[in-house]
Ligand binder design. Structure first.
Ligand code: UD1
Length: 359
């Protein structure tokens, strides 16, 4: 028998539930959804995000702003989630919500398993009960562990180096299992490389609580004077300048990747599929710092230190599968990423809620 894939891609009035939609990647994706004609319902427990981001997205969406609804809700609150699904018919869910600090996950593994795994299982149960079986999930390149070669293709063996990474890996496996058990499920797992930058307006961007773990939020805080210097972790890698190499991707490109994934979910023949979202280009820590210094015209003082435990040497994506099947390709380079990161940082040096930041 021959199967023919049919795609129905009229986004008008399609309603998408976005978990974790007040966060960094979530807020940018919600904006692209609204601008693309979707209705978006955001739930977020605001543990690591701000409701101010939601208000800003609504403003940036202009005439589409009224198509955004927000509920402060924790995914583990099953009765609240049940109530939401009972009152609204969702065409699909984009699931961002989760904890993501690697070091914290090593200190508090149960908190990570409870939040990320129980939250996801509760969501999947409620979705199934209400017949909503289309999901886009935020996975991560962290599931490639320490790749032996690059670029990373979706077929690479999977490994997790810490509890945070294990939650991503487990959720991927759970998704593959539920699709196996019930082929009505259509699931896309998106493996993000290193999202950076901000919306070009400078009104939404990344605002981590506490000391940033990731490179660019740290660089940004040095540039605005919140921290004295960037510590460069490792100068003896086998890379062009000895520092770690990653695949940085503009957060707006990443957000657009979610819209492409949603469109793909309209294919009648999709099952549970995985796609890398990266640029396919590797950039070292020192190259990234130089690009940011150029964009911001600020000097970033550096302190050289040993390797960060658990870090990989070189990680970048093969983008072929996403280009071929999602018809999506990143548009922006590191110049635009640093320009937009600085625009956001200079307009919001203390993030969304300056009164909450003491350092
Ligand atoms: C980290 C996490 C990964 C997670 C990803 C996205 C670790 C070991 N890995 O990946 O699990 O999915 O973030 O949130 O934490 N660097 C510095 N100084 C800093 C910060 C980073 O030199 O203060 C370097 C790192 O050594 C690395 C590069 O910058 O070479 C990028 O680091 P980071 O932004 O933390 O991303 P990943 O290491 O790719």
């Amino acid at each position: 028998m021959m199967y023919i894939c049919i795609r129905v891609t009229d986004s008008s009035k399609r309603c998408v539930l976005v978990t974790g939609g007040a966060g960094y990647i979530g807020s940018h994706t919600v904006l692209q959804l609204l601008l693309g004609g979707y209705k978006a319902v955001v739930i977020d427990n605001l543990d690591n995000s701000s409701a101010v981001a939601i208000n800003r997205v609504r403003e940036l969406a202009g005439d589409h702003g009224p198509n955004l609804t927000f509920h402060k809700m924790d995914l583990r609150d099953k009765s609240a989630l049940e109530g939401l699904f009972a009152s609204t018919k969702f065409d699909a869910v984009i699931h961002f919500a989760g904890l993501k600090a690697v070091g914290e996950s090593v200190q508090k593994p149960l908190m990570y398993y409870d939040n990320n795994l129980i939250g996801t299982i509760t969501l999947l149960e409620v979705m199934a009960a209400h017949g909503c079986k289309k999901l886009v999930f935020s996975s991560s390149a962290t599931v490639y562990g320490w790749p032996k070669v690059v670029p990373c293709t979706e077929e690479f063996p999977l490994a997790a180096a810490n509890p945070y990474g294990r939650t991503k890996l487990f959720i991927e496996e759970i998704c593959r299992d539920i699709h196996q058990s019930d082929t009505d499920w259509k699931i896309i797992l998106l493996r993000y490389f290193n999202p950076v930058g901000a919306h070009s307006s400078g009104h939404i961007g990344e605002d981590p609580r506490g000391i940033p773990n990731n490179l660019m939020p740290f660089v940004q805080q040095v540039a605005v004077g919140r921290r004295p210097a960037l510590t460069v972790f490792g100068t003896d890698y086998s890379t062009k300048d000895g520092t770690g190499v990653r695949d940085y991707i503009h957060v707006v490109d990443l957000a657009d990747g979610h819209i492409a994934a949603l469109n793909k979910l309209s294919d009648t023949c999709i099952g549970c599929e995985v796609y890398n979202l990266g640029t396919g280009k590797g950039t070292s820590v020192l190259e990234m710092v130089a690009a940011f210094e150029k964009a911001s015209r600020k000097k970033i003082p550096l302190v050289y230190a040993g390797r960060r435990p658990g870090d990989a040497e070189i990680v970048y994506a093969s983008t072929e599968k996403a280009e071929r099947e999602l018809k999506w390709k990143a548009k922006y380079g590191i110049e635009e990423m640093c320009r937009d990161q600085w625009n956001w940082a200079s307009k919001n040096p203390y993030g969304y809620e300056p009164q909450d930041h003491t350092a």
